[in-house]
Design a protein around this ligand. Structure first.
Ligand code: NAP
Length: 311
């Protein structure tokens, strides 16, 4: 019987993946969804996302490899085969790129770049009062692969950096908060709030009025997690009331952000099109190749996800 790997993504090009699989695992046939062929021949699924219920119909599936760091778009399938190993991308150069974005956004707000750009348009020469980074509280929500890297680098630049995670963490120089009980204290000192949480039932809609109200007045939001965490109406209301000073947003509940959406033109908002990171294909392929080897050897996968916690 033929063994095959099923590829499914509406954002990734299958061609380089087909080549690397052909080179490293010539015994595996490469099939691109919806051309599944005989379902019992599929051993592995390599997916960004796939129609709900499909994975369940593959009786010999051994492992699922996500083509991203987040897996909410895969676990949303109520019929997802939870007994099978699911690995996300952790070795694809994402942390460095995400930290660049987090640092850029923090400096953009900290150095009042929106105000200076507006002054330049008016040809107005006026120095605004600034602050030392040690006086600026920056808070990173999520201290995993991406959040921990961003927090470390922001702390190195000199910001008064804190982080919030589900389970307690100890990171040198970073004030670490954990769990719902400590969220209030974490938010109260976060003048720049960077969201790098995974989308799970506990984090859906977390960037909403109740959270914004607990931030210092004039705080800035940097949203890099997943669109479903943001309540857009609450964000716009908080920006318009002056509760929030600005927002830099990379992910949205609806992507692409529709033409004419108020966030495109809001004077306090910077929009980027889910562009904060792009997996480096050679690294991502290396991880998947190694994980296929590990499945064969019965070894634990790199980037293994716990479907019960959702990340
Ligand atoms: P990760 O390594 O799994 O880390 C997730 C972090 O969030 C962990 O520190 C975890 O706490 C914390 N967390 C999860 N649920 C929480 C909760 N209910 N309360 C408090 N903290 C919670 O994930 P990652 O690799 O850093 O990636 C984070 C997310 O970024 C991904 O899931 C993805 O959605 C998003 N992302 C976005 C882009 C983009 O292009 N914008 C690119 C890549 C990834 P513990 O440490 O205690 O487990």
């Amino acid at each position: 019987m033929t063994d095959a790997i099923l590829f499914a993504s509406d954002i990734d090009d299958p061609k380089p993946w087909r080549e690397v699989i052909a080179e490293r695992f010539p015994e595996l046939e490469f099939r691109v969804f919806p051309e599944i062929g005989r379902p019992e021949e599929i051993r592995y699924a390599l997916i960004w996302k796939i129609e709900g219920g499909v994975l369940r119909t593959l009786p010999k599936l051994q492992a699922i490899f996500a083509l991203g760091a987040g897996v909410d778009q895969i676990l949303i399938d109520p019929e997802f085969p939870r007994h099978l190993p699911l690995a996300r991308l952790v070795e694809a150069g994402l942390a460095e790129q995400m930290s660049e974005y987090a640092i850029f956004a923090t400096l953009y707000f900290h150095r009042q770049m929106a105000a200076y750009f507006a002054q330049q348009k008016r040809q107005e020469w006026r120095m605004l009062p600034g602050r030392h980074p040690a006086e600026r509280g920056v808070g990173v929500m999520g201290l995993g692969m991406l959040g921990a890297d961003a927090a470390k680098k922001l702390q190195f630049i000199g910001f008064r950096t804190a982080g919030w995670s589900r389970t307690p963490k100890h990171l040198p120089g970073i004030e670490c908060f954990a769990g719902p009980d400590q969220l209030e204290h974490f938010l109260a000192r976060s003048e720049v709030l960077i969201n790098l949480l995974p989308l799970t039932p506990s984090t859906r809609g977390i960037l909403g009025k109740a959270l914004f109200d607990q931030l210092p007045d004039g705080a800035f939001i940097v949203h890099l997690g997943r669109g479903g965490q943001l309540v857009v109406e609450d964000l716009i209301a908080a920006l318009d009331s002056g509760k929030l000073g600005g927002a830099m947003l990379d992910v949205f509940p609806q992507e692409p952000l529709p033409q004419g959406h108020p966030l495109w033109t809001h004077p306090k908002v910077v929009v980027t099109p889910h562009a904060s990171t792009a997996p480096i294909a050679s690294l991502a392929m290396g991880q998947v190749v190694e994980n296929i080897r590990r499945v064969g050897a019965g070894e634990p996968l790199i980037g293994l996800v716990d479907p019960e916690v959702g990340y």
